[in-house]
Design a protein around this ligand. Structure first.
Ligand SMILES: Nc1ncnc2c1ncn2[C@@H]1O[C@H](COP(=O)(O)OP(=O)(O)O)[C@@H](O)[C@H]1O
Ligand SMILES: [Mg+2]
Length: 251
């Protein structure tokens, strides 16, 4: 499933003054690619996620998933919001089958598939644990498994590792790359961490400060698995950092 944004505009008008969040955003992510969207705070990254998931509609322009326009039509992509939103009164297993359950699919089938996937997500010992008993990393794995079990070929992950400590974050980055290599979903991954972008991306899409536009797109040609202590990695990281630092801040 490919993902395309065509000249998308979005202005928020709900409270007080108008906030133009996006002003003509276009990019595409080919099927099976790992794209990273990076930009200053307030540049419209989460707004782009909400448009792609169909939670909000563009004022102008179109969002296209696998050739079909989905402006304002939810349910075409798997989405992991910035906060994990696990339900505290449900066990890990019950949480991860929530998506299929809400979509009206067979609970028994969803449970079977979840049990199969738990080991891949390193969660087999936690199937019957409640979210409060899990570490931050485990919670994010559970939230990601819930997103995977929607069985969408396109995944939108909004800063999934932003709140984790450096070690856990590193571990989950490697693990996400393994899962991606194994199932090859199309991924749009949001971050404001340059190192993370260079480690993960086939292509980095850099947004300007608000209102967001695509400032540049950069292919990361480093071979995988990537060695983040190599000179080439460091050079790529510094180049990207300079690009970001040259952008004006949003006010
Ligand atoms: N529902 C909303 N109502 C009004 N303003 C909003 C709403 N959602 C986002 N915004 C504004 O749009 C801009 C982009 O927000 P967002 O997409 O969350 O940026 P990012 O995720 O890159 O930090 C910000 O200025 C934010 O305050
Ligand atoms: Mg955001």
């Amino acid at each position: 499933m490919s993902l395309e944004l065509h000249d998308v505009y979005k202005t928020f008008r709900d409270n007080g003054p108008e906030t133009p969040a996006l002003a003509g955003v276009s990019f595409d992510v080919p099927t099976g690619d790992f794209a990273v969207l990076i930009g200053p705070s307030g540049s419209g990254k989460s707004t782009i996620c909400n448009l792609i998931t169909g939670l909000i509609r563009p004022d102008r322009g179109h969002v296209v998933v696998d050739g079909a326009v989905i402006d304002g039509v939810p349910g075409q992509v798997g989405y992991m919001p910035q906060r994990d939103l696990l339900l505290p009164w449900r066990t890990v297993l019950e949480n991860v089958v929530l998506g299929p359950e809400i979509a009206g699919r067979s609970r028994a089938e969803a449970l079977d598939r979840a049990r199969e996937m738990l080991p891949i997500f390193g969660l087999e010992r936690f199937a019957n644990a409640y979210p409060a008993a899990l570490s931050g990393g485990m919670r994010q794995r559970a939230a990601l498994l819930r997103t995977f079990l929607l069985q969408r070929q396109t995944l939108v992950l909004d800063e999934p590792f932003g709140a984790l400590d450096a070690l856990t974050r590193r571990e989950l980055q490697d693990w996400l790359l393994d899962v991606w290599a194994r199932f090859r979903p199309t991924i749009l991954f949001i971050t404001h961490d340059v190192r993370e972008a260079v480690l993960l991306a086939d292509r980095v899409i850099v947004l300007t400060a608000r209102p967001g536009r695509v400032h540049l797109q950069q292919t990361i040609a480093l071979p995988r698995p990537r060695d983040d202590s190599s000179e080439a990695f460091t050079r790529t990281q510094i180049d990207l950092l300079r690009t970001l630092e040259s952008l004006p801040r949003s006010v």
